[in-house]
Design a protein around this ligand. Structure first.
Ligand SMILES: [Zn+2]
Length: 444
């Protein structure tokens, strides 16, 4: 009987919902478009219990599954479907209604609506709440669809890559508690994630583990297949001895690299430490406006080649004027610049002798000013990490991508107003850090 109903092939094509055919489209009293449709899939009358095709209609039912918008506004689907009687003798199922892959039994939404909701979080960077609002789905459903879509698009195992970066990121703010008896504060929660980033491909964040101890890093690396571990030739880290020992244990063949960013940061920190100590020693108070070393603290931190001739002359004149302390401060500044001069050899394919020459110049300078403890500890750090620093000068590999990954992770957490569930946070972080490469791969 339903076969005699005329269907609109144009409207069916426009709706594009597999398994159903549009009969007509009309506007309701509020002006909303209502799409009347019928089942257009022979297999819909196969009994879900026994698989036998039913032949007797029990009744007609009307359902209205929610679907995607069309032309920028919501549409209502009205599905005129049939309830069939299963007359197979041994089948215990009395009757059933029609279902198609896009709208399963008892589903009140289409599969493509739910998938679009998950996709808008994973690929579109929406929050769960906003994706739910956009697709008229509840928060738990949006959450479930995000997980389903993420599982679908994220590879279960990272692809082989020759260089990875390992970096830590704080998860949320540290929490302190005041001890009622002593009145002192103590740290009660300070949670970290360690991230593994693909440095040469487009995979973004490969994985994350909780905590920042050697065991959690080795556990993640050891959980990867041997072929993947063997493919990793370089590992970039910041100067963290915990990571270094973990990598040596799990990837003994890999070359560890420490990049110039953290080294120059360390040198600047030592210079600032020296400046503050000298100020205290000289003036018995902390630095303030009017003290030459305080006024020029930004010039001291700047790279020498970025200073104008005038700025450099002012720096040397004003700081030199404060006597011995000024000379000591300038010695610290030169130590930082000598270290930068050494690091500038990276990516220039330098001869071994040039590296040795500049390294010696740095060490000799620090040794000549060994009465400055800040320069001694700086030189000690450089010596302790020399193998990794030399690897950076030779390869030019940096951990910049890890830092970029961390920025995206923080942004994602802020947009979500923080995460309560850590495994959820790791999943969302992976979605966010692989989003741009995934979107590039999706045809427009
Ligand atoms: Zn049956």
């Amino acid at each position: 009987m339903q076969n005699t109903i005329e269907i609109s092939s144009d409207a069916t094509l426009l709706l594009g919902l597999e398994g159903v055919a549009v009969v007509r489209v009309e506007r309701d009293d509020d002006g909303h478009r209502v799409v009347h449709m019928i089942t257009d899939d022979e297999t819909a009358r196969a009994c879900p219990a026994c698989g036998v095709f039913a032949t007797r209609v029990k009744e007609r039912v009307l359902t209205s599954p929610r679907d995607l918008c069309a032309g920028g506004e919501t549409i209502s689907l009205l599905w005129h479907k049939r309830r069939w009687v299963c007359r197979e003798e041994r089948c215990r199922r009395g009757s059933f209604t029609e279902q198609v892959p896009q709208v399963g039994a008892r589903m009140r939404t289409t599969a493509r609506l739910r998938r679009a909701c998950g996709r808008s979080v994973v690929d579109g960077g929406r929050t769960i709440s906003q994706a739910g609002r956009d697709h008229r789905l509840s928060w738990p459903v949006a959450m479930r669809e995000m997980r389903a879509y993420a599982t679908e698009v994220l590879p279960a195992e990272p692809l082989p890559t020759s260089a990875i970066g390992i970096d830590e990121i704080r998860r949320g703010a540290p929490r302190w508690e005041q001890d009622a008896a002593t009145g002192k504060y103590r740290l009660i929660a300070d949670r970290w994630h360690v991230g593994f980033t693909d440095l040469c491909g487009e995979q973004g964040l490969l994985g994350q583990v909780e905590g920042r101890v050697a065991t959690s890093v080795t556990a993640w690396l050891n959980a990867r297949p041997a072929a993947w571990r063997n493919a990793v030739s370089y590992v970039a880290i910041d100067m963290c001895a915990v990571f270094r020992s973990a990598i040596r244990a799990a990837l003994p063949h890999a070359i560890i690299v420490v990049d110039h960013f953290h080294l120059v940061q360390l040198a600047n920190a030592k210079l600032a430490e020296l400046r503050r100590r000298l100020t205290w020693k000289m003036r018995g108070r902390r630095g303030r406006k009017g003290d030459p070393e305080y006024d020029h603290r930004r010039l001291l931190r700047a790279n020498a080649e970025e200073l104008t001739a005038e700025q450099r002359a002012v720096l040397e004149r004003d700081v030199g004027r404060i006597g011995t302390a000024g000379r000591h401060l300038l010695a610290g500044w030169h130590a930082k610049e000598k270290l930068r001069h050494l690091l500038a050899l990276a990516r220039t394919n330098p001869a071994r002798s040039r590296i040795a020459h500049r390294l010696h110049a740095f060490f000799a300078w620090c040794a000549d000013h060994a009465y400055l403890p800040e320069l001694v500890t700086l030189a000690q750090s450089i010596a302790a990490w020399w193998a990794e620093i030399e690897a950076f000068i030779r390869t030019g590999i940096t951990n910049a991508k890890s830092e970029g990954t961390n920025r995206v992770i923080k942004l994602e957490a802020r947009c979500a107003y923080g995460f309560r569930n850590t495994s959820n946070q790791r999943l969302r972080s992976r979605c966010a850090t692989t989003r741009s490469s995934r979107n590039r791969a999706i045809p427009a």
